[in-house]
Design a protein. Structure first.
Length: 135
């Protein structure tokens, strides 16, 4: 009987963990939504929201910067598909803010950019800042 109770308890914990994981947003979900942005521009906005949520929970500064850059890229695309000037400006301003936050994380961590992926990450953050600024 005691073994049965322990097994049921473990099964319950496993099911709870699985169900929580089903509702958790992931980078893969954001990437998939962004890949489907052509079918519906709102997918880019949804992807941005996921990237922002994940960035808020991420402890590693480089990973957080990458997530913020993904959110900026997604906002850029969504902004280009809007028809009202105010909404376009709002989305691109948000994209610039996200890219700025990403760049600041990388600059604070490394000072000046250095060789390797961090240099590329910083360049991507600057790129999407400029892309959003240009629109």
């Amino acid at each position: 009987k005691e073994l049965s109770m322990k097994l049921n308890s473990l099964l319950g914990i496993g099911l709870l963990a699985t169900s929580l994981n089903l509702f958790a947003n992931t980078v893969e979900q954001a990437q998939q939504l962004y890949a489907q942005r052509g079918a519906d521009a709102n997918n880019a906005l949804k992807a941005s929201a996921i990237y922002e949520e994940l960035a808020g929970k991420e402890g590693d500064k480089v990973v957080r910067a990458r997530l913020l850059t993904g959110a900026s890229e997604s906002r850029y695309f969504f902004g280009t598909k809007q028809s009202k000037v105010e909404r376009i400006q709002e989305e691109h301003q948000k994209g610039m803010d996200l890219a700025t936050a990403a760049g600041e994380l990388l600059e604070k961590k490394f000072g000046e950019a250095f060789d390797g992926s961090a240099k590329t990450d910083l360049a991507r953050a600057y790129y999407f800042y400029a892309a959003n600024l240009g629109k």
